[in-house]
Design a protein around this ligand. Structure first.
Ligand code: DON
Length: 311
């Protein structure tokens, strides 16, 4: 399907104009760095599988990727161990509980169910093939960068803020280990997971990640094939099931596209075959999804008439 770029520009500008200052939500407070990012920041962007870029607002502001990094590590684990092992060892179902729930693990005999909750994300980090901690980290950062089409980097400030407060995640890593669901040293998995959440990127770079996943793993800017074309469907299915946590079903019902949120305020939604749509604004709803990000990304998709279930 050809994309009307003029219509896309209007959709992005109008989504920004309507929702960039929408009220409601609060910055994540449990990670000190995130609490201090200016709440008024707001941006939205779309990048197509042909490499067209359309953006509005603070779309060049660098924010912390946080949980959206889970999508990139899932892509890498799929390359390393394949879709069957990911489904068997991690899962492909929603937990129905918050993203850092211990209860979810207890209810399922230590199987995380999804690579997009904290437990499943740390187990996914542990599935990545690596010869050392630094090798594990550099392969994950490499996948993030290849998906974004830009060399991304760790923010020492975000990482320090998270590494000194991530006690809940450390506990989850040990629980996974005791249940036999952790495939490297649990503190190594937690350390690398915490680093992967601490890289910075812009809304345009996030939308480029989406475009790569929308285009069967070919980055439209670098033209590199960054993952097997047959694997993107598994990433998109996992995003549909758990990408928006307790709002994943509502998002499927109202927007009808795979999506992933991060507590840094980023939202990524994917129109398979066509584009990535990304939005950013720090205030979050109670499930940890950006309030304005959801409104802006959903508005672009709705104006353009994109909804998998309405096709
Ligand atoms: O591990 C954490 O809690 C954070 N580094 C990331 C959580 C997150 O982004 C959940 N997303 N909405």
């Amino acid at each position: 399907m050809a994309i009307d770029i003029k219509a896309l520009k209007e959709a992005v500008q109008s989504a920004y104009a309507q929702h960039h200052a929408a009220p409601g939500g609060e910055n994540a407070s449990y990670i000190p760095y995130l609490a201090n990012v200016p709440s008024t920041l707001s941006g939205v962007a779309a990048v197509t599988v042909d490499g067209d870029i359309v953006a509005a607002g603070d779309s060049d502001f660098q924010f912390a990727i946080e949980s959206i990094s889970k999508v990139c590590t899932l892509a890498l684990a799929l390359e390393d161990v394949g879709p069957d092992a990911v489904q068997d060892k991690i899962g492909a179902d929603p937990t129905g509980l918050p993203f850092n729930s211990v209860m979810a693990l207890e209810l399922h005999e230590g199987k995380p169910l999804s690579p997009l909750v904290n437990a499943g994300a740390m187990a996914t980090v542990s599935l990545v093939k690596a010869s050392s901690v630094e090798d594990r980290w550099s392969r994950i950062l490499g996948m993030q960068s290849q998906l974004a089409g830009a060399q991304l980097a760790l923010s020492d400030d975000v990482n320090h803020s998270e590494q000194t407060t991530n006690f809940h995640n450390r506990a989850i890593a040990w629980l996974l280990s005791s249940a036999g669901s952790m495939y490297c040293d649990p503190m190594e998995a937690c350390d690398v997971y915490t680093r992967q959440c601490s890289t910075l990127l812009t809304t345009v770079q996030l939308a480029t990640m989406g475009a790569t996943l929308a285009g069967k793993g070919r980055n439209p800017l670098s033209k590199l094939q960054v993952m097997k074309p047959a694997h993107t469907r598994y990433v998109l299915a996992e995003m549909t099931m758990e990408g928006m946590y307790g709002r994943s079903g509502d998002w499927a019902y109202t927007v009808g596209l795979p999506a992933k949120s991060g507590v840094g305020g980023g939202i990524l939604t994917i129109v398979p075959g066509l584009m990535g749509i990304a939005a950013f604004s720090p205030p979050l709803d109670p499930t940890g999804n950006s309030v304005r990000g959801q409104l802006m990304a959903a508005a672009v998709a709705q104006t353009m008439g994109y909804n998998l279930y309405a096709a």
